[in-house]
Design a protein around this ligand. Structure first.
Ligand code: ADP
Ligand code: MG
Length: 238
């Protein structure tokens, strides 16, 4: 579960082509990082995978099934938004439960999933607090908890740490990597931060102006960048 295939996926806004036809294979359980400068199409690509934007052309397959026209809620994927997307008037428990309540899940199953997510994220003692009573890192964990309880086949992160300070960011990076090991689920992680890409990824996808410059492990990209753009981004001396 969590294998995602993009087959000539293309996206235009009006007559501006933001993503030229693009192929990409994301394997089960892989931690894939989309990296590239601001405006290169990282968020658009993630939103196409999530179904929050419709493709202009091409096909998206999830676990071998054509999901190109599948609505977001039925793709089995969970997008992790930045922590400021939490509901300030709801407790942590209610924030985490929100997608489950929307889906009409019975209360006992909701509780089971909330307790599991809270334990995985060290939030058990904070379930009755409100987001305003939490640190930035704890709020970000609640946002992740809201994705975990849906038991998705893949998590999609769009620069989840960009509004945290530098010290907190390092800690959260490690927590997300730990979580990936624990859950063993596909994660797609968008960032413009090359250190995040190099330290977290199994596979890095380097994007530039909507197309893929290179795909490879951090070591492969470091040792053999295909051009000076990749070398400059990854920080190797080509
Ligand atoms: P990134 O996340 O890498 O910073 P985006 O995916 O947000 O890049 O944007 C890629 C390009 O697509 C940018 O030129 C941006 O202005 C454009 N774009 C994104 N969303 C829209 C939209 N809804 N309408 C028109 N243009 C858009
Ligand atoms: Mg973006």
């Amino acid at each position: 579960m969590g294998r995602i295939t993009l087959d000539k996926v293309q996206k235009s806004f009006g007559d501006v082509e933001v993503i030229p036809p693009l192929d990409l294979e994301i394997n089960e359980g892989e931690f894939v990082v989309f990296v590239g400068p601001s405006g290169c199409g990282k968020s658009t690509l993630l939103r196409l995978i999530a179904g929050l934007e419709d493709v202009t052309g091409g096909e998206i397959r999830i676990d071998g099934q054509d999901a190109t026209m599948t609505p977001p809620a039925k793709r089995g994927l969970a997008m992790v938004f930045q922590s400021y997307a939490l509901y300030p008037h709801m407790s942590v428990r209610k924030n985490i439960a929100f997608p489950l309540r929307m889906a009409g899940m019975d209360a006992a199953e909701q509780d089971r999933r909330i307790e599991g997510a809270a334990a995985a994220l060290n939030l058990t003692d904070y379930l009755d607090r409100r987001p305003g009573q939490l640190s930035g890192g704890q709020r970000q964990r609640v946002a992740i908890g809201r994705a975990i309880v849906r038991e998705p086949s893949a998590f999609l992160f769009d620069e989840p740490l960009s509004n945290l300070d530098a010290a907190l960011r390092v800690g959260m990076r490690m927590e997300i990597s730990e979580l990936h090991k624990k859950l063993d689920t596909t994660m797609i992680y968008v960032t413009h931060d090359q250190v995040e890409a190099m330290t977290m990824a199994d596979k890095i996808v380097v994007l530039r102006a909507g197309h893929i410059e290179q795909v490879g492990s951090p070591l492969e990209l470091y040792r053999a960048p295909c051009n000076t753009f990749v070398a400059g981004f990854i920080g190797s001396p080509k």
